[in-house]
Write a new protein. Structure first.
Lengths: 352, 303
């Protein structure tokens, strides 16, 4: 049995403007030592999925409506607060998006690292401090033994994210949830942070759920990928399956948006339109209004179910659009025209 | 990049306490900023001097604050009696010192009480939120609506006059503002990721409130506290003035000012000396509070 098995997770927010279906029947599993990537646009329910697992959703307005999240035989969604506290930080840790705000500005780094340790185990101050220093060294903070007494504002963003990783991993958790851990960092630091997460994972055998909207990150680090859109999983499978054999139009469109995969001088591809308003009920395929493929049926109908291709590669059944052709063949005309304009002006670009 | 960690020393030499870099906390930064503020620093210094004057002074003075000497009644300042004597011949300097003891005691104790209740109450309400918060804050509204003077008179009638009762009465009123300010600050902080991170580490509510939230709101709280001390002293003066607070022959600055104003046309010094010390203390605390506000929140500083 997998370390974490989520099935039918549904989280809604009951707001003044109606019920926002942030996560709508999401199922996936993570094994020990495995990295699961969750990708999708902003507002696709990636973060809410993770927050729901640790029950960090503010309630109200949020509510986990249904589903189970079996973690090592226990349902996270049914736990009491006391049971949850035993799991949080000890068996499942979390890294947040913005390292600038995820450390308490008034407490020393040492205090915060030691606290994470002491809450979950009987360890004396001296041993805890030694462990904190070791943890900082393992995430590549130079002169850790000296800097452990610093305050967060004396560290740069990348350093702080390292501290967050050290803090999350200091208790040797079974599962690490990283909610866009590199979004707030610059590109060179991003790679370092991901590398550190990978190294620690290899050493400790931690399972990782990596939430990101950067497909390049997913391709480089994840074993499995969930592509989410409008609170649902559109496609899931191994990284190879999702990248090389993408079945769902949304996954294909997402891949087209990766700038480095596009020709130089060409206008960057964006998926037209906006994600749907989750406060309104969605019938049929949530991606229908933005789908570049020729429509073969109206947007009404049942929500597409996930179809398993037999090898773990699942995708939401697409029977509203004719998605058999490769996506290049259905892209709007102006992209092709722009490509010509781009090719005609390389001298200008070269001079600049 | 891959060998980033391997380049680092993996087995550090044992650390001695001297080697530990202490880091500069936001508090020490604030202190550095406060030290540059001459007015605030001067005020702090002056406040300490006034405190020493009141606390130590009476032991050094040859006079007893309650010993009457009708032959030396209502004499102006002289070499024997620097501040003069009152109508009953008591040395005014000792009375100002002892009055200061009471006034400062009321100010500090009542402020501490209000600080303690207000911070814990406000932080709890703000952090837990929802119905608990609504209930707790309606109770605060209820107490706010109580007319202060009538409340104190009722207390005095029910329990008799005592200094401690005055602490309770003033504390009961002053913690309300503190609770509201702390609650607002905590609600603001609650959305920050470090609180979420603390929850995700498995910390209990109690620990999050005491260790993570309260230190973060202490900045504004300290400022309010320094401004509460003079407010409390004014309240005490007001109560004493009405005859509800400290009673003769005990003195507080409020009592002395009251006595002084009754005779101010003839024996002006009876009003001038206590009023001078009272006003000076209020000035000091207000300037100190302003300086602290700028020091703890550099954004609000004009420059």
């Amino acid at each position: 049995m997998a370390l974490l098995e989520v099935s039918g997770l549904t989280t809604h927010f009951h707001t003044r403007n109606g019920v926002v279906r942030a996560v709508d029947g999401v199922s996936f599993s993570v094994d020990r030592g495995e990295t699961l990537g969750i990708v999708g646009e902003s507002g696709s329910g990636k973060s809410v999925t993770c927050y729901s697992l640790l029950r960090l959703i503010p309630e109200p307005p949020g509510r986990i409506e249904s589903g189970t999240a079996m973690f090592d035989g226990q349902d996270l969604l049914q736990m009491t607060q006391a049971q949850l506290r035993q799991v949080r930080g000890k068996r499942i840790s979390m890294i947040f998006q913005d390292p600038m705000t995820s450390l308490n500005p008034y407490l020393r780094i040492s205090t915060q690292l030691v606290e994470a340790l002491q809450v979950h185990s009987d360890i004396d101050d001296k041993a805890a401090l030694a462990k904190a220093i070791a943890a900082l060294e393992e995430v590549g903070i130079p002169e850790a033994s000296r800097r452990v007494r610093s305050y967060p504002h004396e560290f740069s963003g990348g350093m702080r994210q390292r501290v967050m990783i050290a803090m999350a991993l200091i208790t040797d958790p079974d599962l690490l949830i990283a909610d866009e851990p590199t979004t707030a960092l610059d590109v060179t630091v991003q790679a370092q942070i991901l590398e550190i997460i990978r190294q620690r994972q290899e050493k400790l055998g931690t399972a990782v759920i990596l939430v990101t909207h950067d497909l390049g990150v997913v391709a480089g680090t994840c074993d499995k990928v969930n592509v989410m859109y409008a609170g649902r999983i559109m496609e899931s499978g191994t990284a190879e399956q999702v990248f090389y054999e993408a079945r769902h139009p949304y996954t294909r469109a997402l891949q087209k948006t990766i700038p480095s995969l596009q020709k130089k001088g060409q206008k960057l591809f964006t998926i037209p339109g906006l994600p749907p308003d989750l406060a309104k009920p969605i019938t049929g395929c949530a991606f229908y209004p933005r789908c570049p493929y020729p429509k073969v049926a109206g947007p009404v109908g049942d929500v597409p179910v996930l179809r398993d291709l037999g090898n773990g590669h699942c995708h939401a059944e697409c029977h509203f659009c004719d998605s058999t052709a490769p996506i290049e063949s259905v892209l709007p005309e102006d992209l092709a025209e722009d490509a010509v304009v781009g090719d005609a002006a390389p001298a200008e670009g070269g001079a600049a | 990049m891959a060998d980033l960690a391997s380049k680092l020393p993996l087995s550090p030499a044992p650390i001695t306490p001297e080697q530990l870099e202490q880091g500069s906390s936001l508090w020490s930064d604030a202190w550095a900023r406060l030290r540059k503020n001459k007015l605030a620093l001067g005020s702090l210094f002056m406040f300490i001097l006034i405190g020493l004057f009141c606390v130590v002074g009476p032991w050094l003075s040859p006079y007893d604050s309650q010993a009457q000497n009708l032959f030396a009644g209502a004499e102006g300042p002289s070499a024997d009696h620097w501040f003069g004597t009152d109508t009953l011949g008591r040395d005014l300097m000792v009375r100002v010192m002892e009055g200061g003891r009471i006034s400062l005691l009321v100010g500090l104790v009542a402020t501490s009480v209000s600080l303690l209740i207000g911070v814990v109450y406000g932080a709890t309400a703000g952090y837990i939120g929802g119905k608990v918060d609504a209930g707790m804050m309606r109770f605060v509204d209820l107490l706010y609506a109580l007319p202060f003077t009538i409340f104190v008179i009722l207390l005095m009638v029910a329990f008799g006059r005592s200094l401690w009762l005055m602490f309770v009465a003033i504390g009961c009123v002053e913690w309300l503002t503190m609770a509201r300010i702390v609650r607002a600050g905590v609600i603001d902080l609650k959305k920050q990721e470090f609180v979420e991170a603390a929850v995700s580490l498995g910390l209990s509510n109690r620990r999050i409130i005491l260790r993570h939230l309260i230190p973060n709101v202490l900045g504004p709280v300290i400022v309010i506290a320094t401004l509460t001390v003079p407010a409390v002293m004014l309240l005490e003066a007001f109560l004493s003035f009405l005859g509800l607070g400290v009673q003769p022959p005990n003195a507080s600055w409020g009592v002395l000012i009251n006595e002084g104003q009754q005779n101010m046309e003839i024996f002006a010094w009876l009003l001038i000396f206590p009023a001078f010390f009272f006003a000076l203390t209020l000035f000091c605390l207000n300037f100190l509070g302003d300086g602290l506000r700028d020091a703890l929140d550099p954004k609000s500083a004009g420059d």
